[in-house]
Design a protein around this ligand. Structure first.
Ligand code: ADP
Ligand code: MG
Length: 330
């Protein structure tokens, strides 16, 4: 590898690494023009969402670059899903310290290539700059949703059922175990948990099916309790949840049985990227049907009530003590 390759020009990067990701879509003009063109299907309206991942805050410098890329894309796809949309395309902004090599970027792009096929999205454009700060990755995802049918956080009604997809807490438990036993042991002893923290599974197969059924939806990025509170605040309702109904994976259960303190990570840990939604009890059978159709595991965890509090109850009827109610940056 010559010097120029180790410190590639912006032009070289765009042409060789990123343009192939835009090739299948004429509106991206091979990343050779000032703007890309994108239209939405008739009867639909566009959805936009942006996320930034910063080295040392959202990922570790030695995490595999292909998985960092997938995580970057998937956290935004999760937002599109939680709004009832279907993802279509994305824009990418890279702030690169000189320590990032051409090889690193190739593996990063390979991660995107795989996910583009899987989620049926395409790169539209972006921006590339150098930085003296940490590696900073920003992605804007664009989706489409039936006109006027976006699922908001604000539509929950008193008496709705509360549902979550998948299992809760795996990613946060993995992160905590990583601190305690190190990345190597985590990978060896709990490979499934390690994967959950590295690689979210946005519920895009289910999100668009929630249109017309879910009164409110949020994707769990800050933590189960905090994100349920987001729905409650936006909808002016409270929530009652039974701890025993919160779905946890068998591996997480093992960790929780040994050490009760990890329940904090289930209630308050972020990074699950599961969907948390509310729906009228009369839709119960329809929810079961779309869960089956999409292949996404859906559990009812509680119901909305009058008030503004999120209460989680132990099996004996006591209120669960929440010591870690969610992730905030500041
Ligand atoms: P401008 O000078 O007009 O801002 P740039 O030189 O920043 O344009 O970018 C040229 C083209 O390359 C544009 O089409 C832009 O969308 C694309 N591009 C730049 N960086 C990236 C990136 N990291 N990923 C995808 N496309 C990019
Ligand atoms: Mg320009």
């Amino acid at each position: 590898m010559n010097d120029q390759r180790r410190h590639p020009s912006e032009f070289d990067l765009i042409e060789n690494i990123f343009a192939p990701l835009a090739k299948s879509y004429a509106g991206a003009a091979n990343l050779k023009d000032d703007c890309a063109i994108l239209s939405v299907s008739s009867g639909y309206e566009p959805l936009y969402t942006m996320d930034t991942l910063v080295e040392g805050v959202h990922f570790f410098g030695d995490d595999p670059p292909n998985l960092i890329a997938k995580k970057l894309l998937r956290v935004s796809l999760s937002d599109i899903a939680s709004s009832g949309g279907v993802p279509k395309a994305y824009l990418l902004a890279l702030s690169l310290p000189t320590t990032v090599s051409y090889e690193w970027l190739k593996v990063f792009a390979a991660g995107l290539t795989g996910d583009q096929k899987f989620y049926n999205v395409v790169l539209l454009g972006g921006d590339t700059t150098s930085t003296r700060g940490p590696l900073t990755l920003t992605l804007t995802a664009i989706g489409e949703v039936l006109e006027g049918k976006t699922v908001r956080r604000s539509g929950a009604l008193i008496g709705d059922d509360i549902y979550v997809t998948g299992t809760i807490g795996d990613a946060a438990i993995a992160l905590r175990l990583r601190d305690e036993i190190g990345a190597e042991s985590l990978r060896e002893q709990y490979p499934k948990l390690y994967e959950r923290y590295l690689l979210p599974q946005p519920r895009v197969e289910l999100g668009y099916l929630l249109v017309g059924l879910a009164t409110a939806c949020v994707d769990i990025s800050d933590g189960f309790h905090a994100d349920l509170k987001h729905i409650c605040d936006a909808s002016s309702v409270g929530a009652k949840v039974l701890k025993a109904n919160i779905p946890v994976s068998s591996l997480a259960k093992k960790v929780l049985t040994r050490q009760n303190k990890y329940w904090d990570s289930v209630f308050g840990g972020g990074d699950d990227y599961e969907l948390l939604f509310t729906s009228s009890p009369e839709n119960k059978e329809k929810i079961k049907k779309i869960a089956k159709e999409s292949g996404v595991f859906v559990s009812k965890v509680g119901c909305t009530v009058a008030g503004s509090k999120v209460s989680i109850f132990e099996p004996n009827g006591d209120l669960a003590r929440i010591t870690n109610s969610g992730w905030t940056h500041f």
